[in-house]
Ligand binder design. Structure first.
Ligand code: ZN
Ligand code: ZN
Length: 323
């Protein structure tokens, strides 16, 4: 499924199998998760995307061909995340911040991704995946799960956490945080009773609208909904010294707010991409916690329906596309 240019629908296209480069593994795709970033790619919100592009950066598949010395064998299951390549030599790469590398290349943005039958990916950035989850349930871990985990890591020392938005990332992070002994409070659109019920099912001790205050002060809040107005709203519920972490790649403008709401050493920070270390840590934690995403499955030819469904909030949890 090819996205020819911003604003277009995806088009089902016949293409030759991708030719793997010297460091690449060729993968037969089993499933690929849909992420809000894919919506932003379709809307032209992300600079530098190499249209026409096959989107999709939560790829689970089986190795068809691997470079010698990679340790990968045909039929091995691998996962391909958003971070597809980094330079390895810049100041960011050298201090374990490869997520900030200025030369980084992203799956389904700079090189073709997983809304296809086959994909090629640099094997050094792939994660070996076991068979304890099926492909459809493993796919959302690779971005939604990982970004949630990195957001939690950047939230600092947290005992009481707020999560804004219960799409794929929020619904995966809540049970992981609960597993780590954190008390989780969920925020949805005001009046979204179905969303609030879902947040409680995913382990929250309290769920309410984003216009409500939590029953107790939070150590940190993580915002997954792409709505800038949630930043000052979340700040009001966070304790002195606490953090508001913005987990999305794109957000509408943040409205002005009184300095008093930031006072008391409160912090606001964004989360950009992921490192391979995040991936290894999170996938181990997900297995330990028995994390199983709630998924809605769409066939590859129906990818546009999945995109529309995500835009409209038509399903709980994550959408996954299968060829
Ligand atoms: Zn993503
Ligand atoms: Zn670099």
């Amino acid at each position: 499924m090819v996205l020819e240019k911003p604003g277009a629908a995806l088009v089902l296209t016949d293409r030759a199998r991708p030719e793997p480069g010297p460091d690449d593994v060729l993968i037969a795709v089993e499933a690929c998760g849909l992420c809000r970033t894919d919506i932003h790619l379709q809307d032209g919100d992300i600079e530098g995307c190499a249209y026409p592009i096959v989107p999709g950066h939560q790829i689970v598949g089986r190795v068809v061909e691997a470079p010698s010395g990679s340790g990968l064998l045909p039929r091995d299951r691998v996962g391909v995340p958003w971070l597809g390549w980094t330079c390895g030599g810049c100041a960011f790469c050298e201090r374990d911040e490869e997520n900030l590398c200025g030369e980084a290349r992203f799956t389904g943005c700079h090189r073709d991704g997983g809304f296809a039958e086959y994909a090629a990916a640099d094997q050094r950035y792939c994660f070996p995946l076991g068979d304890h989850l099926d492909a459809v349930h493993a796919a959302p871990l690779l971005c939604a799960g990982l970004i949630g985990y990195r957001s939690l890591r950047l939230a600092g020392d947290v005992e009481r956490l707020g999560i804004y938005g219960f799409g794929a990332a929020g619904s995966l992070l809540a049970p992981v945080a609960v597993h780590l002994g954190i008390e989780v409070h969920g925020f949805t659109r005001p009046g979204d009773r179905r969303g609030q019920r879902f947040a409680l099912e995913r382990g929250c001790v309290w769920a309410g609208g984003s216009d409500e205050r939590p029953p107790a002060e939070l150590d940190a809040a993580i915002i997954f909904a792409p709505i800038g107005a949630l930043v000052p709203a979340a700040l009001k519920g966070v304790r002195r010294g606490g953090r508001v972490v913005c987990g999305g790649i794109h957000m509408s403008d943040i409205p002005t707010f009184p300095y008093a709401d930031l006072w008391g050493e409160r912090q606001i920070r964004s989360v950009a991409n992921l490192t391979r270390r995040d991936g290894r840590e999170f996938l181990a934690l997900a297995a330990e916690a028995g994390l199983e995403p709630e998924v809605t499955v769409y066939p590859l030819a129906d990818a546009n329906r999945a995109f529309d469904g995500l835009r409209q909030g038509a399903f709980d949890g994550a959408a996954v596309i299968v060829p």
